[in-house]
Design a protein around this ligand. Structure first.
Ligand code: ADP
Ligand code: MG
Length: 272
């Protein structure tokens, strides 16, 4: 298997879409696992109190485990909260425990409430882990946790499900990103849109794909993730699709998407 280029700088991508069930977590863990397969060290930061990314990577996330919650409180460093996955020595996860459920409200009254993740995700912390890529898996809301993720990243990756109402709510997401750009993080770009759960048997999926490509152009990855039962089964076994069924269409599509992300770099990202 050929190796992907290492990025010339550490890339931090926030996987965001305030809609639930569009493939944020699935894409965050499988893209990270795909990059790890290609030899790149990757960290997934689970920023959703549901802890789905932690489950998918089979990383301990019982209440009390050092997690992203303690990181946000400044009690634990990012490197200390990071656990290596059993799937690959290249793949790390900072888990989310149920304690994170209160954070959205607790953060409101805290100093520097929007920049706490950024402060933890320093270049020293990233150096300590030696990772090339960080994916931050956001909850399905535009609250303070997602704002923290957008402030800590250079890039936003938006998964869009090839379904009815795919574009609904996207305007709100983009205007929130714009607000973060204006006030908190000038560096932020929407670098990547990934079409997920594509069902080639339906006309609708093609219509949505066309509409998204017409609207967003180059930012949309050429690779589309197919709807596949195996992709949805994998987390139940604490595995990514790359471990669960490496030869499946789902695994190959995430490998292709990861390669596109690695090869295009951040330079194609368009300022919204
Ligand atoms: P989000 O994090 O945006 O809420 P998830 O990644 O958890 O979305 O995906 C929502 C549901 O859809 C999950 O049950 C997941 O297993 C399933 N799913 C995600 N991607 C696919 C796919 N390509 N094919 C089939 N099921 C998928
Ligand atoms: Mg999720």
């Amino acid at each position: 298997s050929y190796r992907l280029p290492r990025p010339d700088h550490r890339r931090v991508l926030t996987v965001a879409n305030q809609k639930g069930g569009v493939g944020k977590t699935t894409s965050a863990v499988n893209l990270a696992a795909a990059l790890a397969v290609h030899g790149l060290k990757t960290l997934v930061v689970d920023l959703d109190p549901q802890g789905n990314a932690s489950t998918a990577l089979n990383v301990e996330h019982r209440s009390g485990t050092p997690s992203v919650y303690e990181v946000l409180l400044g009690e634990v460093t990012l490197a200390d909260a990071a656990a290596v996955s059993e799937q690959s020595p290249n793949l790390y996860c900072v888990p989310a425990t149920i304690d994170l459920a209160g954070a959205e409200i607790e953060l409101v009254s805290m100093a520097s409430r929007e920049t706490r993740l950024k402060e933890a995700l320093t270049s020293e912390a990233i150096d300590q882990l030696g990772v090339d890529y960080v994916f931050i898996d956001c909850p399905p809301s535009l609250g303070l946790l997602t704002v923290n993720a957008m402030v800590a990243a250079q890039e936003v990756l938006i998964p869009i499900q090839c379904e009815y109402y795919a574009l609904e709510g996207l305007g709100q997401l983009l205007s929130n990103i714009e607000l973060v750009q204006q006030h908190l993080n000038r560096e932020l770009t929407v670098s990547t849109i990934l079409l997920t759960m594509y069902d080639g048997r339906t006309k609708l999926a093609d219509q949505v794909t066309q509409e998204v490509r017409n609207h967003f152009g180059e930012v949309v990855l050429k690779t589309v993730i197919p709807r596949s039962v195996k992709v949805s089964e994998a987390p139940g076994y604490g595995q990514t699709i790359l471990a669960y069924d490496p030869g499946s269409r789902g695994a190959l599509s995430y490998l292709d998407a990861a390669r596109e992300i690695a090869e295009r770099g951040v330079k194609n990202g368009e300022k919204q």
